[in-house]
Design a protein. Structure first.
Length: 222
């Protein structure tokens, strides 16, 4: 589901407030040329992630789902001095493109890409925790598992952002057997009763169609 006007407004907003520099443009172009799916965040969404990470003063950022590293670049540029970002990716083909993009963007020193399925690599991150900001954007059926891991890895006051929680509105279909929808709905149930976070979600429209983000603020357990 896309409307020409959503795309037109996104183009206007990106141009006005979230212009891509040469490195971001090159990263998107290189990902496209390599045949990666064009499902990265839009520039204004990337800037939103960047601003949220800056707002929590992020020094340690975790991303689950790298693709070609487009969102990673927006996030890495939010890091406070001396900060580090770890991004998890299961597809070597995607990881190869991403690492090239990080190098070209001058971010190789701050960004570490870990290959493998995230449910298997997340347990190895205890030494890198706590994170100030976590972006969950990999396969949707595993969002509940990624959320559980993120809860253990995020400091109180840290922020967890989850992409793709509306999916053309299909999230409201309680009878859905789509594994993506089941993943998002299970995640919402877990988030709602989880005392360690305060959560909300918002719908978005734009170049990528009709979807949404969930935002969860980590807080001390009660
Ligand atoms: N965050 C990126 C887009 C990520 S697309 C951006 O906005 O620029 C989702 C990515 O998650 C894909 O590259 C896919 O290969 C990866 N992925 C899917 N399943 C995964 C898993 N189990 N573990 C780690 N990465 C996974
Ligand atoms: C799609 C979009 C995403 O942002 C994502 O993470 C995965 C898939 C999609 O439009 O198919
Ligand atoms: Mg996404």
């Amino acid at each position: 589901m896309t409307e020409p006007l959503w795309t037109e407004v996104d183009a206007y907003l990106c141009d006005a407030l979230a212009p891509e520099d040469a490195a971001l443009k090159a990263a998107a172009a290189r990902s496209l040329a390599a045949g990666l799916p064009a499902i990265q965040v839009t520039a204004n969404q990337g800037k939103l992630l960047h601003l949220l990470a800056r707002a929590v003063g992020a020094r340690r950022i975790l991303e689950i789902g790298t693709l070609g590293g487009y969102s990673t670049i927006w996030l890495a540029r939010a890091l406070a001095e001396g900060g580090r970002l770890i991004t998890l990716e299961s597809e070597d083909r995607h990881a190869d493109v991403a690492e090239r993009n990080f190098a070209e963007a001058g971010l190789s020193a701050m960004v570490e890409l870990r290959r493998g399925r995230a449910l298997e690599t997340l347990p190895n991150l205890a030494d890198e925790a706590p994170f100030d900001f976590v972006f969950i954007d990999a396969d949707k059926p595993n969002i509940p598992g990624y959320f559980a891991a993120a809860l253990d890895l995020t400091r109180p006051g840290g922020l967890i952002v989850v992409d793709n929680v509306v999916r053309d509105g299909r999230v409201v279909d309680a009878a859905s057997e789509d594994p993506d929808i089941l993943g998002v709905r299970k995640f919402n149930e877990l988030a709602a009763r989880e005392p360690r976070v305060s959560a909300t979600a918002i719908q978005t429209v734009g170049t990528k169609g009709y979807d949404g983000f969930a935002l969860l603020l980590a807080q001390p357990a009660i």
